[in-house]
Design a protein around this ligand. Structure first.
Ligand SMILES: [Cu+2]
Length: 287
């Protein structure tokens, strides 16, 4: 593989992985962008306590009914069917709870919507079954990103079904505007560590944004059932420093070296992109 040839050791590669699911973990994947921090707050500090309180309250009511109103403890049940006071309470309290949830929910929605001025725009196109990335401002034509085979992923020290041959590369601490569309059917561009999940719909462009807080490799997946190989079109985003990003952009413009002959990709039906793989450990020389 080109990346291995470029000198990335297995250990170095594995150490770079920041955003990926972990076995036996509870809760949401740790966040590395402001949107994800807000989403985690909404889930952990707003929704979870409310849901827990409601569940325990209902359980308590059920237990009271079971103990106090069973046939033995309460042989002659009351016959009344209305209680205006309690009906007002059970209407108003849920309305208040929903209003509290709505305040935080809308705040989160507005954060997603109010995109800061982007430093970089990347277009992500979903295909059956791979992703294509285009950098319009950097004049980088679309390159494809295919799932790595089990052998290639293991050799690179990356997780199978999450690792891709060519990642989307972005600079750290910069606002990245992602334009998402689909080429054939509906896909979904989802990257848990950045709190992104947006449909890739043919014929229209959706947008999402993130500002990665840490360099490293982040994994996501297509989140919309899109056909037989839906599980085999991972999203790999490599967050690098600005100089490393500049070097990568330059390497994308450089003519492919004859030595770096066609790279083997996981899908045989996709032509291997003639791009130089990014070396995160040593910046690629600019031409
Ligand atoms: Cu899919």
């Amino acid at each position: 593989m080109a990346a291995l040839a470029a000198g990335i050791s297995v250990q170095a590669r594995a150490a770079d992985i920041v955003g990926q699911p972990v076995d036996g973990a509870m809760g949401l994947q740790p966040g590395y962008s402001s949107l994800k921090h807000e989403a985690i707050f909404f889930h952990d500090k707003v929704l979870l306590p409310i849901i827990t309180a409601i569940t325990l309250f209902v359980l308590l009511l059920l237990m009271i009914c079971v103990v106090k109103f069973n046939r033995r403890a309460n042989p002659t049940p009351a016959k009344w069917s209305h209680n205006t006071k309690i009906e007002i309470v059970w209407t108003l309290v849920p309305i208040l709870i929903l209003m509290v949830i709505a305040i935080f929910s809308f705040r989160l929605l507005f954060s997603y919507h109010n995109m800061p001025t982007p430093d970089l725009t990347v277009k992500a196109t979903g295909y059956q079954w791979y992703w294509g990335y285009t950098y319009p401002d950097q004049k980088i034509d679309e390159f494809t990103s295919n799932v790595l085979t089990k052998e290639d992923a293991t050799a690179k020290g990356e997780p199978y079904l999450l690792a891709a041959d060519h990642s989307m590369v972005v600079p750290v601490n910069k606002v990245v505007h992602v334009l998402v569309t689909g080429a054939d059917v509906i896909h979904d561009f989802a990257l848990p560590a950045f709190g992104i999940k947006i449909d890739a719909v043919p014929g229209r462009v959706n947008e999402a944004w993130f500002k990665a807080e840490k360099t490293g490799i982040y994994y996501g997946q297509c989140d919309q059932l899109c056909g037989v190989n839906h599980a085999f079109m991972p999203i790999e985003i490599k967050v690098v420093t600005q100089p490393e990003f500049n070097a990568w952009v330059a390497s994308q413009h450089a003519p492919a070296a004859p030595a770096a002959a066609p790279t083997k990709t996981a899908s045989a039906d996709i032509a291997a992109p003639q791009k130089v793989a990014l070396n995160t450990t040593a910046p690629v020389a600019t031409h």
